[in-house]
Ligand binder design. Structure first.
Ligand code: KG4
Ligand code: ZN
Length: 354
């Protein structure tokens, strides 16, 4: 058994967790959303400052809920990439300091690998291979999970992430930040067939379209044009108007259908029987409905971890760190933060030996 204290500070959640292999012992998540919503999106400098102000308190709190102390901890994990560099540095520096003071190995974790490990926390029996559809505010990828540290990205967005598209469309509709939950709510009362919107296909040089890649920026522009057209026609787009609900429902259905089509095609083409979903957009009811229906039609299993584990949290980082540490994968104390890093390069994080 490997017990990890893990820290996640890659964006706007300060989180500290203690995890024993695939079991969450404590998971403290302090969201900064109320602060950033005032600015309509995450402000990197404010995020770093906020992490710094509450990280020590979050570390202490992770221990207060459980009957463990430092001698019970086998290693310290922290998200190192990708993410906002200033924000990541707060978590990495705290983790390295704890590793030095308590003489524990330091295990850097790739944020997207963490999202994949969220599924193991709710499905401890799950084993690779499987397909992970990762849909958050910063990422939209279809990842072939082969083993711990062994991943292949089969499809991804070529521009905006799915959550970013929800946030941008919500901004166009003056619905505030984050946009996903409010669009989801309005869409439930709208007509998803009211407006026809473009799916965001990616052309291939040899002709035809990429089967798994996607794009959301054209869809966002199409919503903007639609709003402009409706306004010139004299429609008033108030949050309580049925037309806003119809736009929300049509937009959500376009995103959900596009993601579902690609995930199912990818799983079938690669002979993968299970699709696990991660990231904040996994909460979306349109996506859940479309994917569940399509998966059962195609004899595939689709796993939606509880939302608490889909959105950013340190428990998923701890679960990944525990698996790496149990295989002897340790990071150097010289490891820094990176804003970008492909998931196929995950093993570059582990250059140290015990
Ligand atoms: O994974 P997450 O908490 O943070 C990262 O981006 O890493 O994802 C946040 C994103 C936001 O863009 C938010 O609008 C979106 O997830 N989101 C949703 C829903 N709930 C959150 N998008 C669609 N439908 C939802 N119900
Ligand atoms: Zn994330």
């Amino acid at each position: 058994m490997t017990t990890i204290l893990a820290i996640e500070t890659s964006c706007d959640e300060t989180s500290v967790a203690i995890v024993k292999n695939r079991q969450v012992l404590s998971n403290i998540v302090k969201s900064q959303i109320n602060i950033h919503s005032f600015y309509g999106g995450v402000v990197p400098e404010i995020a770093s400052r906020q992490h710094l102000e509450i990280i020590n308190q979050a570390i202490a709190q992770a221990f207060t809920e459980i009957d463990l102390d430092w001698p019970d901890i086998d290693g310290i994990g922290a998200t190192c990439a990708p993410g906002l560099v200033g924000a990541l540095l707060v978590g990495i520096t705290a983790a390295k300091t704890l590793a030095i003071v308590h003489q524990k190995p330091f295990v850097g974790v790739h944020h997207l690998e963490g999202h994949i490990y969220a599924t193991y926390l709710s499905q401890p029996e799950l084993r690779p291979p499987f397909l992970c559809l990762l849909v958050s505010g910063g990422h939209t990828s279809l990842i072939y999970v082969k083993d711990c540290g062994v991943y292949e990205t089969l499809g991804q967005t070529k521009d905006d992430a799915a959550g970013e598209a929800f946030d941008k469309v919500a901004r166009l509709l003056k619905l505030g930040y984050p946009g996903g939950p409010v669009i989801d709510k309005l869409a439930a009362e709208g007509n998803k067939w009211a407006f026809s919107l473009p799916e965001g296909k990616i052309s291939l040089p040899e002709g035809g379209y990429h089967p798994y890649d996607c794009s959301f920026s054209g869809l966002k522009t199409a919503v903007l044009r639609l709003i402009q057209k409706l306004e010139t026609e004299g429609h008033e787009l108030l949050p309580e108007s049925s037309i806003i609900r119809d736009i929300a429902a049509s937009f959500q259905e376009t995103v959900a259908k596009g993601l579902t089509k690609r995930a199912i095609a990818c799983a079938l083409d690669y002979g993968l029987k299970t699709i696990a979903i991660g990231g904040g957009v996994a909460a979306n009811s349109g996506l859940r409905q479309n994917l569940s229906t399509a998966a059962s039609k195609n004899n595939l299993q689709v796993l939606f971890p509880p939302l608490k584990l889909c959105t950013d949290n340190a428990a998923m980082i701890g679960c990944a760190a525990a698996d790496h540490l149990s295989r002897g994968h340790i990071s150097s104390l010289n490891l820094g933060a990176s804003s970008r890093m492909a998931i196929k390069d995950v093993m570059e994080l582990y250059s140290a030996t015990r």
